[in-house]
Design a protein. Structure first.
Length: 88
C-alpha cells in the first residue's frame, strides 16, 4: 500500500479491519537472522547478572537493549531532520 493515506470517512461506525483478509498479512522487516557476537567476559558476566535480576535470558537482554538503542537513535534522527530522504 505504500505511504498513501486511507480514507475511512465513508466507513464511520463500521469496522474496516473486518473486511481485511489477514490470512496473508505479514510484518515487514521482521525476518530473523542469526548472528554471532563476541563480548569480553566482563560484559557477559554483567549481562548474566542483569538477566538473572529481571528473570529473562541473556539473549533477551541483548535483543531488547539493541532494539531500544536503535529505536532511540532513529527517533533522535527523525526529530533532528536527519531521516533518510524518501521516508513517509
Amino acid at each position: 500500500m505504500g505511504c498513501t493515506a486511507i480514507d475511512f470517512s465513508p466507513l464511520r461506525g463500521s469496522r474496516p479491519a473486518r473486511d481485511l483478509d489477514l490470512s496473508t498479512a505479514r510484518r515487514v522487516n521482521r525476518e530473523q537472522k542469526r548472528i554471532d557476537v563476541d563480548f569480553p567476559s566482563w560484559v557477559v558476566e554483567a549481562l548474566n547478572r542483569e538477566a538473572a535480576r529481571i528473570g529473562v535470558t541473556r539473549q533477551s537482554i541483548i535483543r531488547v537493549w539493541l532494539v531500544e538503542r536503535l529505536e532511540a537513535d532513529a527517533a533522535s534522527k527523525a526529530l533532528n531532520g536527519d531521516a533518510a530522504s524518501g521516508a513517509c
